[in-house]
Design a protein around this ligand. Structure first.
Ligand code: SF4
Length: 142
């Protein structure tokens, strides 16, 4: 069940990114490429700073981040440093905030982007965090 919610939340977030990408592309293909590269780089930043330290990455509910983290050198699990958390939040912020300038030109897409993002985040916090084995995650709750 946890994996089902993990995959569903990941799909919501990925659809939000693809929707933003499409909206930017309709206005400026060059900026769409910038957003694509920025999202990929931010995702990688999050995986390197956060997921490589996760003790349950081989059983990651979201599948993709855990599998990507396993491609890199294993790091000892433990409390996250301020800079690791900062990199993670900056990565998330860049993916979510960057496309707003283009999304504002299409209110339906803007609404759908935030709806998908909020549903994805709610699913993670409500359905996964409490039973996740990464006890050092700031969102972990028992
Ligand atoms: S459970 Fe969370 S921290 Fe661990 S690999 Fe998956 S997404 Fe990353």
């Amino acid at each position: 069940m946890k994996k089902r919610y993990g995959i569903l939340s990941m799909l919501c977030l990925l659809f939000a990114v693809f929707l933003a990408l499409f909206q930017i592309y309709t206005q400026h293909s060059g900026w769409a490429l910038v957003y694509l590269l920025l999202s990929a780089a931010s995702g990688l930043m999050i995986v390197l700073a956060f997921c490589t330290k996760c003790p349950v990455k081989s059983d990651c509910a979201h599948v993709l981040p855990g599998r990507t983290a396993r491609l890199f050198k294993d790091r000892n699990p433990g409390p996250y440093t301020r800079s690791e958390l900062l990199i993670t939040f900056i990565g998330m912020g860049m993916i979510i905030l960057f496309p707003q300038i283009w999304l504002i030109h299409n209110l339906i897409h803007l609404f759908l982007f935030w709806l998908l993002t909020i549903i994805g985040l709610i699913l993670i916090v409500r359905k996964i965090c409490h039973s996740c084995g990464n006890i050092d995650c700031p969102f972990h709750s028992s």
